[in-house]
Design a protein. Structure first.
Length: 339
């Protein structure tokens, strides 16, 4: 079950595992439409105070303060009313295209948000949302970090992501200042992974299978491709003798290889696991229930292994004696004796 998977460090309790998804980037989605210039002139901008969730006390929102106890302004400015329909016709058409192509029908906000980063000193501290985010960037290129990984967004680029932590660091050109860096805007649409987009987002969702899916089948197939080569290597490598001993006892070669791998090369422990009927589980890589403590079977197995080794050694001695006696009357035997 997906909820039984331990949450990685930094993932808060209020986040739902079914909301996890990968990112999708569409380069040039709204490139060259002049949306930055149009919005800059026709929008009333406000400077809000920074706020965010207080996870230590249940995840409620609170204002954020600086070291002197003063309310800290947010690192960017917001359009007072968000994206108002009719004010920016080019952006309206682009939003319609976004909603259709991404199958978004369960928006969290009444209208998309519009954020302005006037220069390189403007930023957004790292944060996360409970909903998914579709974000379009306009104006100068800026870096958006997703779980600490930088993604450069240029004019008109679209990025869609889930509940990952993200932020916008300060930025400037090499040899210049943050104040000299040109401005950038982002249009943000929050939505829930339900309705139409639940189906449309399937390629980006985390893999959670109640039964084998195409993705899981492909993963298992790819994992199985190397088992033949691995077995071949074991049969001819340093563990060749152990593989031969286990197969001589009637065990399947692949299960024998898996048992040796699980037992760190200990042939006795590997044989004990196989005798306990754990071969199939070992072969699938799942030995949580393997019984490796059946000491009563070790003695019998070890005795059998010693018999096999003794028989092989005796066969080798007999073969060597036959060769020596067969060559004693020839020149080769005399030469060896003289040496």
């Amino acid at each position: 079950e997906p909820k039984e998977v331990p949450k990685p460090q930094g993932v808060h309790e209020y986040l739902k595992t079914e909301f996890w998804r990968d990112i999708e980037i569409v380069r040039g989605f709204g490139k060259g439409l002049g949306i930055y210039e149009d919005a800059l002139q026709s929008t009333e901008w406000v400077q809000p105070m920074a706020d965010g969730r207080e996870f230590k006390n249940g995840g409620g929102y609170r204002l954020k303060y600086d070291k002197e106890g003063r309310m800290r302004p947010q690192g960017n400015q917001h359009a007072k009313d968000g994206v108002l329909p009719g004010r920016l016709p080019k952006l309206d058409k682009l939003m319609q295209r976004l909603l259709v192509e991404q199958n978004i029908d369960d928006r969290v906000l009444k209208r998309p948000g519009l954020l302005w980063y006037p220069d390189g000193t403007s930023d957004a501290i790292v944060h996360r949302h409970e909903a998914w985010t579709a974000l379009m960037s306009f104006g100068a290129p800026r870096i958006l970090t997703i779980d600490g990984h930088p993604v450069l967004l240029r004019d008109g680029d679209l990025i869609v992501f889930g509940t990952q932590r993200h932020g916008v660091p300060k930025m400037c050109h090499e040899g210049s200042t943050f104040d000299d860096y040109p401005g950038r805007m982002s249009v943000v649409c929050f939505f829930m992974p339900t309705g139409q987009q639940a189906e449309g987002s399937a390629p980006w969702a985390a893999i959670r299978d109640d039964q084998p899916s195409r993705k899981m089948t492909a993963m298992l197939r790819d994992a199985d491709l190397g088992k033949g080569a691995e077995l071949s290597g074991l049969k001819t490598g340093e563990k060749a003798l152990e593989i031969e001993q286990l197969t001589a006892l009637g065990f399947d070669a692949r299960e024998a290889a898996a048992a040796l791998r699980a037992a760190a090369g200990d042939v006795t422990l590997a044989a004990e696991a196989l005798l306990a009927g754990n071969g199939p589980a070992l072969l699938e890589g799942d030995c949580g229930a393997c019984d490796l403590s059946r000491s009563s079977q070790i003695s019998a197995l070890w005795a059998r292994l010693q018999e096999l080794q003794s028989a092989k050694a005796a066969k080798g001695v007999a073969s060597g004696s036959s060769s020596s006696s067969g060559g004693g009357g020839g020149g080769g035997g005399v030469k060896a004796e003289d040496d």
